[in-house]
Design a binder for this molecule. Structure first.
Ligand code: UDP
Length: 258
């Protein structure tokens, strides 16, 4: 997928609208391959600076959609200087996942939910099944089962769409590894805390706040540990950028004569 690379954080993003992203996902589903999609928020984008494995996973994704307001704003600012293509709109992972589930419910695609606490993944499935009665749930796996057990379930249930809600970067690592393995066609999507929201365990920010791009503020207020975690990630990212700059400066400095 030809995306755009955000300067400074060097993150690949596909500047797609929600309908286009859904079209690409449905095409991938019918192409019969193994592929995965990620929806980096600002924290994941910053974390990828200090985590080359995560950056690599995001770069190799079939779709990398802009979930975070910070990522969106950065693309807009850099595009003013022609340094990247602008991202047209934010595509929140949870909205993308639900729209994809809706399309899958109409086309008989088998969906497997993997992640979250056992009661939350069950309730998330109930919510989806009630809203989209045609949906075929191939299986459920909570996010605290040992990985080999979950992987076995995945092999037996043969889903075509896998929603992985295991927190970042675990979910991104796992879906990329899974898609590298040989097996039946699979489209895997990292969905963060979506199951907790569908299960009614977590509330999303009110729609006006979401529209204004302040969902993160709501999450920080509801779960203050996130603000502290974000600050740590931000400081780590700054330190990596500082080191990279220092290296570049020392490489560019003229050789000193002895
Ligand atoms: N989770 C999981 N297994 C783990 C760690 C987390 O299933 O080993 C689930 C957790 O129960 C929650 C989701 O991952 O449902 C975390 O989503 P969130 O978007 O909050 O991810 P984060 O921002 O923490 O990366």
């Amino acid at each position: 997928m030809a995306g755009t690379c955000l300067p400074v954080i060097k993150l690949n993003i596909d500047p797609l609208t929600l309908p286009l992203a859904l079209q690409k996902a449905m095409e991938a589903l019918s192409a019969g391959k193994r592929a995965y999609a990620v929806t980096p928020n600002t924290e994941t984008a910053l974390a990828s600076l200090a985590d080359p494995k995560l950056k690599n996973v995001i770069s190799n994704a079939h779709l990398s959609l802009c979930d975070g307001t910070g990522v969106f704003l950065l693309s807009r600012i850099f595009s003013l200087f022609n340094l990247c293509r602008p991202v047209k709109e934010r595509v929140c992972g949870i909205d993308f996942a639900e729209e994809l589930v809706k399309l899958c419910s109409k086309s008989g695609v088998r969906v497997l939910l993997w992640g979250a606490r056992p009661e939350n993944v069950k309730n998330a499935a109930k919510y989806l099944k009630k809203k989209y009665p045609g949906l075929i749930i191939a299986g459920l796996c909570d996010g605290y089962l040992p990985e080999p057990v979950a992987m076995r379930a995945l092999c037996c249930d043969k889903p075509a769409l896998l929603l992985a809600a295991l927190g970042s970067p675990k979910q991104e690592y796992l879906i990329s590894e899974l898609c590298k393995k040989k097996g039946p066609p699979l489209f895997a999507l990292a969905v963060g805390g979506a199951f907790d929201v569908w299960a009614g365990k977590c509330k999303r920010a009110p729609a006006p706040l979401r529209k204004l791009g302040f969902e993160w503020l709501w999450r920080f207020a509801c779960q203050p540990f996130r603000a502290k975690r974000f600050l740590n990630t931000f400081l780590d990212a700054l330190s990596v950028l500082g080191q990279q700059r220092g290296k570049a400066n020392s490489q560019n400095a003229p050789l000193q004569k002895k």
